[in-house]
Design a protein around this ligand. Structure first.
Ligand code: NAP
Ligand code: MG
Length: 479
């Protein structure tokens, strides 16, 4: 088949203005870090240094928590309908400046502009709108139980959906009357810093939103700060376990959104072409840096060869390259460390005996890249079938009966999401009923809505974000 060639269509980066150095955002303004230490955030598609970012130390975190405590005095006296107005303002400003945010997100994190523009930013705005709507309806939502905010909330987020994870955390926390100290990931802090500028612009009362940038040590200082009443964390299961131990002795709230190794189950009666699209979206969206990615493809044995054939053909059409090119499907891997992790797991899969298919394509000469990859001939015991690769790598397993599909799907330490592909509604319900996963998609994948709760079972964590359930993560029963 002749391949259609695409002309480049590069989104201009002139819309963003990046400072050479950033401080923390504390007490309603940017300030120089007490630590006087900085790290560099780079563009993973060019390896160009974009900016120097402050590394928060104990004193920086202390200032931010104190600021949030002061902010709480004002925020708790702000009428819920007024709190809602601030959130609506943020939502509208994010919409107005969405192109700028999208370009910045793609530069700092490597994701394709068509995803940051058409997925991340609309979802970010939708979350602020949604939770703004809840702010003045909390009293009527839980019957006789009186709920109150935790107070000062510490929030730590990962690098795969930087601004969206901020929105998932900040919007419900502020709507329910808490104040926030947020720590973004060290490789992707720039959109959170731009968000802080918006908070200043709309005149959000000082101390309501605080941002301390840095690395894992900064996160750890936040977790261990006595002034924090709740920690909300999204990231790896290993850091999640560390946090759970660290706060174990203290009477504070905790929600953990951790990793996943989702099964995407395709029955032999599924619409196969549609399922191929869903499987591609399930694993290659955002370079596979997705906690709920459909990273284990479970195929009914009699359609294995036909499906793999269709899938490989479809994969070969994926365009890998410059995240700012509007034609790009697969952008850069977020960091050198992540690329090394993916490479090492894939090498292990090959050594174990897995059969590897990778698409043929040119890769840019600088930056961090990984070809979309598919493993067949895999045993459930291989690490590639068990560990979260968090990259564009799909692992195939086969099953004969629905019972066996469910058994293999649940044979994992994780329990975040799953997908089911079949033309039979009854089979969807039968399967979904038996899967240990927080989110289950049927004949689709990776669909999100702010009103729909999201979260895991088992080592994927606990607590829910989104919807009415998500509000409960930021409220406790009045004692
Ligand atoms: P990570 O290494 O756990 O980091 C997450 C955040 O925690 C980052 O801000 C990180 O800072 C910080 N951190 C690191 N060590 C810490 C410590 N000892 N104490 C406190 N904070 C610490 O995870 P990641 O590699 O950024 O993200 C990938 C993981 O997130 C994957 O496992 C993925 O499945 C999971 N994830 C889950 C969800 C969900 O909703 N369930 C959503 C997205 C991602 P640095 O960046 O500076 O290291
Ligand atoms: Mg970066």
């Amino acid at each position: 088949m002749d391949k259609w060639e695409y002309s480049e269509s590069i989104e201009s980066d002139s819309i963003v203005s990046i400072q050479s150095k950033y401080g923390h955002f504390i007490d309603g303004k940017f300030s120089t870090p007490n630590s006087k230490k900085y790290l560099k955030t780079v563009s993973p598609s060019t390896e160009e240094v974009l900016a120097s970012i402050s590394i928060g130390n104990k004193n920086d975190v202390d200032s931010a928590v104190n600021s949030a405590k002061e902010g709480l005095k004002i925020w708790s006296k702000t009428a819920p309908s007024e709190r809602a107005k601030y959130l609506y303002k943020l939502a509208r400003l994010i919409q107005e400046r969405s192109r700028e945010f999208a370009v910045l997100e793609s530069m700092d994190g490597g994701k394709p502009i068509k995803e940051s523009r058409d997925f991340d930013l609309p979802q970010v705005a939708a979350n602020f709108f949604y939770f703004a709507g809840w702010a003045d309806k909390l009293d009527i939502s839980w019957g006789t139980k009186e709920m109150k905010p935790y107070g000062v909330v510490g929030q730590i987020i990962p690098w795969n959906f930087p601004l969206l994870m901020l929105a998932w955390k900040v919007a419900p926390a502020l709507a329910t009357g808490n104040t926030v100290v947020l720590k973004p990931a060290e490789t992707t802090p720039l959109t959170a810093l731009l968000f802080a500028e918006l908070c200043e612009e709309i005149g959000l009362p000082k101390g309501v939103f605080n941002l301390v940038t840095g690395d894992g040590t900064t996160g750890s200082e936040l977790v261990n700060h006595e002034g924090i009443s709740k920690i909300a964390f999204t990231g790896s299961t290993s850091v999640g376990k560390y946090i759970q131990n660290a706060v174990g002795e203290r009477d504070i709230g905790l929600t953990l959104e951790l990793g996943g190794k989702a099964a995407n189950i395709v029955y032999n009666d599924a619409a196969l072409d549609q399922a191929v699209e869903g499987v591609v979206n399930g694993i290659f969206f955002n370079q596979g840096h997705v906690c709920c990615a459909g990273s284990r493809l479970l195929l009914q044995e009699d359609i294995h060869d036909e499906f793999i054939n269709k899938l490989e053909k479809r994969m070969q059409t994926l365009r890998v390259g410059n995240p700012l090119d509007k034609n790009t499907d697969i952008g850069a891997i977020n960091s050198k460390e992540q690329l090394e992790k993916i490479t090492s797991l894939v090498n292990e899969g090959v050594n174990d005996g897995g059969e590897l298919f990778q698409i043929e394509c040119d890769l840019p000469s600088s930056g961090y890249w990984f070809r979309p990859s598919l493993f067949t001939n895999v045993q459930p015991s291989y690490n590639i079938a068990r560990e979260e690769i968090f990259g564009p790598v799909l692992t195939t397993l086969t099953f004969r009966t629905p019972e066996e599909a469910v058994e293999i799907a649940n044979n994992t330490e994780y329990g975040l999401s799953a997908g089911v592909w079949t033309e039979k509604g009854s089979k969807i319900l039968w399967t979904a009923d038996r899967l240990d996963a927080g989110v289950i998609w049927a004949n689709t994948f990776n669909k999100f809505d702010p009103s729909s709760p999201f979260g895991g079972y088992k080592e994927s964590g606990f607590g829910r974000e989104g919807g009415r359930h998500g509000l409960l993560s930021y409220l406790k029963v009045q004692s």
